[in-house]
Design a protein around this ligand. Structure first.
Ligand code: GLN
Length: 530
């Protein structure tokens, strides 16, 4: 069967949840036996979000193949359990870079290189990359931004052309907002009509309208929207606010989004979608018997999206443990020796987050010392693990000036640059990125959690545990329990004498999904509960 395409655009306002709708549709089609891939097109000029400040764009999500991508890819993986890759996230920057490289190579010799057709052709080529693999029945492509933006125009134009070329083989879903005016008690459809008009002006007719709303939309309102927007009344569906994003697939099923899309693509409905395990997860999520408080120590805590995958991993791990995980956001810059006990004493566990640069480091060290000395379960991720190593060096090995060479030049760089990173000058895409193997020590907390000897986890960092110090650390009680079998680099450190103290150089949070909660998070929450 040749691949069919679904496009998801958004109008009226940003942040309406296109990524969640796209992920939910993927989940529903997958639950009917279809092979589905999600893709995100981002209309900014950065080649990837790797160089973006988390305050600007939230977390940077890393795939197995080492692509630094938009956080929506995290939703795709968490919902469907299917790994994504570089091909699943394309930015305007990458499109232009490819076209300009071709121009320099002489591929367009003699021609004026233009947005139409050269940029739009490159966009179309990238949309079709996943479909051409022949592995997917349906590719769902989400166009970032809001219809009417200057930036997203070339993407919408490419979609217009592609839909023309694909004929019956594509469906376009447009997501808008129906605001509620509390003064008059009315739901308003005009912004949706205008948004569809903006799409029509550039030649694109949506097939399905998903209306984000705080209140139920009645059939009169749906019929009215259908009439004004040339859409079948049953293809006007609501996406009502829910308490958790994981309920959206169930809501979309109730609204028959999957059936409408399959019908329009000319695909059989197959069996009813099998959502048993999803519903079981939802039930556990809502019917918990215990609660824990976990301190999340980081420097971007004002914007929770900066730690999206960590937050979601806690939701998954909480549900399997019949427990609600309450996150207490602790700003690392506000934490010091004096207020540590006050800020941290009510926590059942402490997680020190990933990050870059020296800002907030001293607060992270304070939190780690508190967790270590008070036997509070601790999980350190990437920079969080590196800080655990620095803290241990300073206060247990008595190397007062121990540090990471990312922070300062020091006689004791317990965290240091790898040789391969020494001459790197460019910032974009130059870290140790993507999946690497790790071998676990039997009997360790990590081994107990994973229940297997060899694992693979995703990385995004430049600095490493300095192996010169490994023996000193082990003698003093912090041991390496996970090692990269190819390079010998330390991937995990633990303090066996502590209740649960684990630092990981990789990012376990990227691989936690609804159906497969991450073993380290599950085990960490279990330790916090006991
Ligand atoms: N800044 C550290 C490094 O580059 C840690 C990175 C991270 O936490 N992702 O090694």
């Amino acid at each position: 069967m040749s691949t069919k395409y679904v496009f998801v655009t958004g109008g009226v306002a940003s942040s309406l949840g296109k990524g969640i709708i796209a992920s939910s549709l993927a989940k529903l089609l997958q639950a009917r036996g279809y092979k589905v891939a999600n893709q995100k097109l981002d209309p900014y000029i950065n080649i990837d979000p790797g160089t973006l400040n988390p305050y600007e764009h939230g977390e940077c999500y890393v795939t197995d193949d080492g692509a630094e991508t938009d956080l929506d890819l995290g939703h795709y993986e968490r919902f469907t359990g299917c790994p994504t890759s570089q091909a699943n996230n394309i930015t305007t920057g990458r499109i232009y870079q490819n076209v300009i490289n071709k121009e320099r190579r002489g591929d367009y010799l003699g021609k004026t290189v233009q947005i139409v057709p050269h940029i739009t052709d490159e966009i179309k080529r990238n949309i079709k990359l996943l479909g051409n693999k022949g592995e997917y029945d349906v590719v769902i492509t989400e166009i970032g931004g809001t219809v009417g933006d200057i930036e997203s125009l070339p993407f919408i134009e490419a979609v217009r052309q592609l839909r023309w070329e694909l004929g019956e083989k594509s469906v376009l879903i447009h997501l808008t907002l129906v605001p509620f005016l509390s003064a008059s008690g009315e739901l308003k459809t005009k912004p949706t009509q205008h948004s569809v008009k903006a799409l029509l002006e550039i030649g694109v007719q949506p097939d399905v309208l998903v209306l984000r709303t705080e209140h139920e939309l009645n059939s009169d309102l749906r019929r009215k929207v259908a009439l004004f927007c040339n859409v079948a009344p049953k293809a006007v569906i609501q996406s009502i606010d829910v308490s958790t994003i994981y309920e959206v697939p169930i809501k979309m099923r109730e609204e028959k989004l999957d059936e409408i899309v399959l019908e329009q693509l000319g695909l059989p409905l197959n069996s009813e979608p099998d959502l048993e395990s999803w519903k079981k997860f939802l039930y556990k999520l809502k019917n918990y018997s215990k609660e824990v408080r976990i301190g999340l120590v980081g420097k971007y805590v004002e914007l929770h999206d900066a730690y999206k995958s960590i937050v979601e991993a806690f939701i998954h791990a909480g549900a399997v443990n019949d427990c609600k995980v309450n996150i207490e956001w602790v700003h690392s810059e506000e934490l010091n020796e004096q207020n540590a006990a006050d800020c941290l004493k009510n926590l059942h566990g402490i997680l020190v987050a990933p990050g870059f640069g020296h800002r907030g480091i001293s607060g992270k060290l304070v939190a780690i010392r508190y967790a270590r000395e008070n036997n509070i379960p601790f999980l350190g991720i990437c920079l969080g693990m590196q800080c655990a190593v620095i803290e241990f060096a300073r206060h247990v090995l008595n190397l007062a000036d121990a540090n990471s060479s990312e922070m300062e030049q020091t006689p004791h760089p317990v965290i240091d640059l790898m040789d391969s990173q020494l001459n790197v000058t460019e910032k974009g895409g130059t870290m140790r990125l993507g999946a690497y193997k790790c071998e676990l020590t039997e009997g360790s907390k990590a081994y107990e959690a994973y229940g297997q000897k060899e694992i693979q986890e995703r990385h995004r960092h430049r600095y490493e545990f300095n192996s010169k110090y490994r023996e000193d650390f082990e003698k003093a009680g912090m041991i390496t329990t996970g090692i990269n079998p190819e390079s010998g680099l330390t991937e995990i450190v633990e303090i066996p004498a502590h209740k649960w103290f684990v630092g990981v150089q990789f990012h376990p949070e990227y691989k936690s999904t609804v159906i497969k909660p991450h073993p380290l998070f599950v085990s960490f929450i279990k330790a916090c509960l006991s």
